[in-house]
Ligand binder design. Structure first.
Ligand code: WQD
Length: 327
């Protein structure tokens, strides 16, 4: 029996794959390789399928049958909030159309557990923190909207198809479990700051007048290895609990400001930093911190790694990637 990881050749997915392999699970990956990298998953069986494509359902059914898949971790999706504002229809196709095709393929198969990659983006700009799963979901961009719609689809399919499901609302993921699996796309605070440092430039601070201890944005940063481990914990939970749909925050329950992250980056990299103070990004909330009590109470799971490990491992991964890229 195998676990299928869609998007398994990506940053988070490849960490999930490696943890599953380490504990002896058989794994098969489906990834379009549009942003994934085959080298992240070694010789794990890979089917390159565009999950939103016309041929996706038949191709996926063949994978489920051939590998006797009984559990699915679905991470394949587009995830750039800003890009989703410019290309909403593309996000509907990939994130909702692709998910619908996955369930069309699962229908009638032996799959009985499904873990869905959701996001704190479903909360939009929460009025208070820590954010609990019962708080209003008011996404403020098409990316967050497709994740919320995805949660509804997952819950509906769980009930209709008799599958135990869990939607994991990721807060801000960072770090590298192994240097070769680091996040190489400069799209979020830490990866953008590291990219700036390597280019001999200064990191930018978007907003320094928030109602936070040092005036800069506060987020709940969670180590990618903890996040991957949370998927394993969810899979095991769904095997022993009969839950057609549950929603779980995945974070640390603690906040770190932009300046906290950049101070840690200076320590981890040994570089003196003089961050550039800029205006706020439109729509950016001041503080978003997870309430993680449901993950703790239901699954007995808590994040174990802190900011120093996240920033240090991300820096080391970036150094190794640059050494590997040099001629
Ligand atoms: C973090 C903080 C910025 C860059 C996004 C998605 C969310 C989830 C996590 C997928 C904010 C500040 C950033 C920079 C800065 N992704 N910042 N300088 O916006 O919290 O969440 O990623 O699920 O869905 O929306 O992450 O890393 O962009 O920003 O000062 O160069 O860092 O203002 O306070 P965000 P982020």
């Amino acid at each position: 029996m195998s676990v299928l990881v869609t998007g398994g050749a990506g940053y988070i997915g490849s960490h999930v794959v490696r943890l599953l392999l380490e504990r002896g699970d058989d794994v098969v990956v489906v990834d379009s390789l549009a942003s994934g990298d085959r080298s992240r998953i070694g010789d794990v069986p890979l089917a390159t399928i565009d999950l939103a494509g016309d041929a996706a359902v038949a191709a996926l059914r063949a994978v489920l049958t051939e590998h006797e898949v009984t559990a699915v971790v679905h991470l394949a999706a587009l995830k750039q909030a800003g890009q989703s504002v410019e290309q909403p229809a593309r996000y509907y196709r990939e994130n909702i159309g692709g998910l619908a095709n996955v369930f069309a393929a699962i229908d009638g198969s032996d799959v009985d557990r499904f873990v869905f990659s959701s996001s704190a983006a479903v909360y939009g700009n929460p009025d208070s923190f820590p954010v609990t799963e019962e708080m209003p979901t008011r996404p403020i961009n098409p990316y967050g909207e497709t994740k919320l719609a995805g949660e509804w689809l997952v819950a509906s399919a769980g009930r209709a198809l008799g599958i135990n499901t869990a939607s994991l609302r990721y807060f801000n993921v960072a770090g590298a479990g192994w240097p070769e699996l680091g996040d190489s796309v400069p799209m979020n605070l830490l990866t953008l700051a590291i990219d700036a440092v390597h280019r001999g430039e200064q990191p930018r601070v978007f907003g320094h007048d928030f109602d936070t201890p040092d005036g800069t944005g506060v987020r709940d940063y969670v180590h990618v290895l903890d996040l991957a481990d949370a998927h394993i914990a969810a899979l095991d939970y769904l095997q022993r609990a009969d839950e057609r749909s549950t929603v779980l925050n995945v974070g640390t329950g603690t906040g770190a400001s932009v300046l906290d992250v950049l101070t840690q980056l200076s320590e981890s990299s040994g570089r003196e930093l003089s961050p550039l103070l800029m205006d706020r990004r439109p729509g950016d909330p001041g503080a978003v911190i997870a309430d993680v009590s449901r993950m703790s109470e239901k699954l007995g799971w808590r994040a174990r790694r802190g900011l120093e490990d996240m920033v240090g491992s991300a820096w080391q991964a970036s150094e190794q990637a640059r050494q590997g890229a040099q001629p």
